[in-house]
Design a protein around this ligand. Structure first.
Ligand code: NZQ
Ligand code: ZN
Length: 392
């Protein structure tokens, strides 16, 4: 088992009615507040009005950063930083999914950053100082509510980069705020949660019972609850399980004791999003089964890991271990299909025209050469090729 450091300073208010803690959550900070949100779902759901009522009662001086896109753009970060400097903002309140929270994290750092903000993101983030950030989560997916990472896109340079900033000081996670999440976002968010688990699960180390079993539990829980949430969007237990899984999956906790795995699928998905602005979880669902088939064929020594996955996550069994390993991957793909996600790049209007560029770019950092099963440019192109058509 590998050594690890545990340090998660975010205070979390979790559960139905958790928004009633907003006043307490913001109390330690100043009254000049930047309210960050996305393209309007918060207004449609009534959440914006609810929050503004509290902020008015508490005499906050509110400045708004609205219209933050999915795959948040560097331009939104620049605008947020400009507003914070102009209005001497003392605290940021991000209300939304991962995109809004990520953008707010970059703004919280960017306010103090001298220089080009895309450089800040490209060089991997900032060590501070930061403005304090409070988050109200509305979508179970990224875990941004409980981690220090932000993923920002630059459509001009066709780059989407993850960077490390500060943890939210406080996150309010009320699963009922996710009742209005549409089916595609419910399914893709769930695929993202699963991917965060699988990126670390598929690693060489298999001797940390805690992380192995926790990962398998979260995968089973997501596959149990996502279909319920798709059928009954306001099923509290299903939404609550998804939200708790979301926060834990990307927290680093399920990888305690494990070795570096490379997060190869996320690296490849960020290329797809950078070139085609696709939904993150959709890209992950398309890539994951194809990546697993590719690495199993390339390095059959990983068969025991995939056998464990088939047995523990899907309850499959059989004497032919090679077959069992492949059946686990097929079961994962069938699950994604069952949630209604588009499962081929062609379904998204993506062809092979940029495969070379994307593969070249993703391999440049050298990270994939150290992944669970190391990948080179030709491997990445082969995986993208296998992703073109949806499964029959
Ligand atoms: O923009 P609005 O109008 O709010 O609508 C959003 C958006 O269209 C909508 N939505 C959110 N909550 C809703 C809702 N619609 C109805 N009711 C609600 N309660 O859902 C759409 C997607 O929102 P977004 O925030 O983009 O989704 P998600 O949370 O999946 O975030 C995706 C972004 O996070 C990054 C991804 O790459 C992508 O840029 N990631 C961040 C990570 C992190 N910080 O650690 C890790 C992840 O691996 C990921 O890369
Ligand atoms: Zn992700």
């Amino acid at each position: 088992m590998q050594n690890f450091k545990h340090h998660i300073p975010t205070k979390v208010y979790f559960g139905q009615g958790a928004l009633s803690n907003l006043q307490e959550a913001l109390a330690p900070y100043g009254k000049k507040l930047l309210l960050a949100y996305g393209g309007g779902s918060v207004k449609k759901s009534g959440l914006y009005d609810e929050i503004m009522t509290v902020l008015r009662q508490e005499a906050y001086e509110v400045t708004e950063l609205s219209g933050i896109d999915p795959n948040p753009r560097i331009e939104s970060v620049e605008e947020g930083v400009r507003l914070c400097r102009e209005k001497n903002i003392e605290v940021i309140l991000a209300v939304g999914g991962g995109s809004t929270i990520d953008c707010a994290k970059a703004v919280a750092a960017g306010v103090f950053y001298e220089g080009d903000l895309w450089d800040m993101v490209s060089q991997g983030g900032s060590r501070g100082p930061f403005l304090p950030l409070a988050a109200v989560l509305t979508l179970s997916a990224t875990g941004s509510e409980f981690d220090p990472m932000a993923v920002i896109s630059n459509l001009k340079t066709r780059e989407k980069k993850g960077a490390r900033f500060d943890y939210p000081a406080v996150s309010i996670c009320d699963p009922s705020l996710s009742f209005t999440v549409p089916p595609l976002q419910t399914a893709s968010g769930s695929a993202d949660i699963m991917s965060h688990i699988m990126e670390d699960y598929f690693a060489r180390e298999m001797d940390c019972d805690f992380s192995e079993e926790l990962a398998e539990t979260i995968l089973r829980s997501v596959m149990k609850n996502c279909p319920v949430a798709l059928k009954e969007p306001d099923n509290y237990q299903a939404r609550a399980n998804l939200m708790l899984n979301s926060s834990l999956a990307c927290s680093g906790i399920p990888s305690y004791g494990k070795d570096f795995s490379g997060w190869a699928v996320h690296a490849m998905e960020h290329e797809l999003s950078a070139f085609y602005d696709i939904t993150h979880g959709v890209g992950l669902a398309i890539l994951t089964p194809r990546w697993l088939r590719h690495i199993l064929a390339k390095d059959p020594s990983i068969t025991p890991r995939l056998v464990r996955f088939a047995e523990k996550v899907f309850g499959l069994s059989g004497d032919d271990k090679n077959l069992l390993a492949r059946q686990g991957i097929d079961a994962l793909e069938a699950y994604f299909v069952s949630t209604g996600l588009p499962m081929g790049l062609e379904d998204l209007g993506i062809g092979r025209e940029h495969f070379e560029d994307m593969a070249e770019h993703v391999c440049r950092s050298g990270r994939l050469a150290r992944a669970y099963v190391p990948l080179g440019k030709e491997d990445v192109i082969a995986i993208f090729e296998a992703c073109l058509s949806a499964p029959a």
